[in-house]
Design a protein around this ligand. Structure first.
Ligand SMILES: *[C@@H]1O[C@H](CO)[C@@H](O)[C@H](O)[C@H]1NC(C)=O
Ligand SMILES: *[C@@H]1O[C@H](CO)[C@@H](O)[C@H](O)[C@H]1NC(C)=O
Ligand SMILES: *[C@@H]1O[C@H](CO)[C@@H](O)[C@H](O)[C@H]1NC(C)=O
Ligand SMILES: *[C@@H]1O[C@H](CO)[C@@H](O)[C@H](O)[C@H]1NC(C)=O
Ligand SMILES: *[C@@H]1O[C@H](CO)[C@@H](O)[C@H](O)[C@H]1NC(C)=O
Ligand SMILES: *[C@@H]1O[C@H](CO)[C@@H](O)[C@H](O)[C@H]1NC(C)=O
Ligand SMILES: *[C@@H]1O[C@H](CO)[C@@H](O)[C@H](O)[C@H]1NC(C)=O
Length: 360
């Protein structure tokens, strides 16, 4: 029996119209330097996962009774973009007791001016020793042939699976991951939506989700049974889009809502197609909405006083987590946004704390 746990999905405002801002590039900054859910039909077919035998074809065990709780997770594989990356290089030092993310030195190079949600989940809200293989890349989309990335060298979700996870880890007995001691997270869409909403392409998201579903199926075929899907937060409210005004905010908001609805359908479809999976959905969108409306909703974000703008003096990262520059009015960690698109580590901290509760 599979489980689904989902926060109430909040649909963002429906589109008004127009305004076509150019997307900003999404570099990875360093630590110092730098509507409720749709009535999802049980047998949704449009985004369905390729039906296959329930038995994995790879070396890993089949999926029976795989989820044994967050406290039994030993291997965490993460796929995503700048919100998720720690700049792990799978050719270098692997996760180990001295550094649960392997390399670079913990917390890695993130976009949050400190640890990100992967770091907090791995080393703060963990209930076991979790080895984290974070294959995310700043700027990643699901499929760069559908939505171009800001740089061609960025590995998209397809490449994170096919050029990193499968060759390095699928059959790697040294790593020792199994269907039941592992969790696989995917957090995509911020760049897919951000780089495409201006074009208002009515068929694009459907095509993205054909690819997304195929990649999830590849992971399943490799032995992954426990999945965590994170939906797209309201990045339409980030300075990157807000600077273009209400119509741009509404237009991207509608694209995010559509993306998130499709992600929810994918998750439901996965559970229906493969009842031996355990699927968690984390509503990043609702969490960000809560914090933006009322920072004191979470102790980690209670000090935030500026939820609308970023300060240029902090945007490339600061020497300390609470650096103060008078031109900014308040210390860096009293801002929600570090720069035009990325929230501070405080937001990631609140996020990880809630994800850990979801995984219990
Ligand atoms: C790892 O090393 C291989 C072989 O040298 C190379 O092809 C690959 O691009 C490297 N991967 C990364 C992420 O650096
Ligand atoms: C959580 O992770 C940290 C960092 O790897 C580790 O030192 C700690 O022992 C872990 N906590 C538990 C309860 O295993
Ligand atoms: C892993 O092993 C399975 C089963 O032998 C095989 O089908 C698959 O191609 C292997 N994967 C890689 C990346 O070598
Ligand atoms: C398997 O993982 C180990 C690290 O745990 C690594 O040294 C080795 O190169 C990997 N093997 C392959 C084939 O990627
Ligand atoms: C819309 O997106 C599809 C991919 O889903 C692409 O093939 C098509 O060219 C795009 N249309 C326009 C007008 O950009
Ligand atoms: C938020 O920060 C920006 C940039 O420093 C500043 O212009 C704005 O007045 C601040 N807003 C609030 C409500 O403090
Ligand atoms: C504060 O920020 C301004 C604008 O970026 C910069 O010129 C100045 O050097 C900064 N002050 C300190 C003490 O870092």
């Amino acid at each position: 029996m599979s489980t689904i746990t989902s926060f109430v999905l909040a649909l963002l405002a429906m589109p008004a119209a127009l305004a076509i801002p150019a997307p900003d590039p999404k570099p990875t900054w360093g630590w110092t330097s730098t509507t409720e859910p749709s009535t999802t039909k049980a047998h949704e077919t449009s985004d369905s996962i390729t039906a296959t035998s329930a038995v994995s074809t790879a070396s890993s065990a089949s999926c029976e009774k795989h989820w044994r709780g967050w406290h039994n997770v030993q291997k965490f594989f993460a796929f995503g973009d700048s919100y998720t990356t720690v700049s792990f290089n799978p050719n270098s030092t692997q996760p180990n007791p001295a550094n649960p993310i392997g390399n670079p030195p913990f917390p890695g190079y993130t976009s949050s001016n400190g640890p990100n949600w992967v770091d907090f989940l791995t080393a703060t809200y963990n209930q076991s020793f979790v080895e984290t293989y974070d294959l995310a890349y700043g700027g990643a989309t699901v499929d760069s042939s559908l939505v171009a990335q800001y740089l061609p060298t960025v590995l998209d979700f397809r490449q994170q699976v096919n050029q990193e996870f499968l060759p390095y880890y699928e059959n790697n007995s040294t790593v020792g991951w199994t269907s039941s001691n592992s969790l696989f997270a995917a957090f995509f869409g911020i760049n897919d939506v951000g780089n495409s909403y201006g074009a208002q392409n009515a068929t694009l998201n459907a095509d993205i989700f054909v690819v997304y579903a195929h990649l999830v199926d590849q992971l399943y075929q490799a032995g992954a049974c426990n999945f965590l899907f994170l939906n797209v937060p309201p990045v339409n409210l980030a300075p990157n889009t807000a600077q273009y005004g209400a119509s741009a905010v509404a237009l991207e908001g509608a694209a995010i809502a559509d993306f998130n609805l499709r992600l929810q359908r994918l998750a439901t479809s996965l559970m229906v197609t493969h009842p031996d999976t355990t699927v968690f959905q984390f509503d990043t969108s609702a969490l960000f909405g809560q914090i933006l409306n009322k920072p004191s909703s979470y102790p980690q974000t209670a000090n935030i006083v500026n939820t609308t703008a970023y300060c240029a003096a902090y945007a490339n990262g600061t020497p300390a987590k609470d650096t103060f520059n008078a031109t900014c009015g308040v210390p860096v960690n009293e801002y929600f946004w570090l720069n035009s698109l990325h929230p501070l580590y405080t937001v990631h901290d609140a996020m990880a704390s809630q994800i850990a509760l979801l995984l219990e």
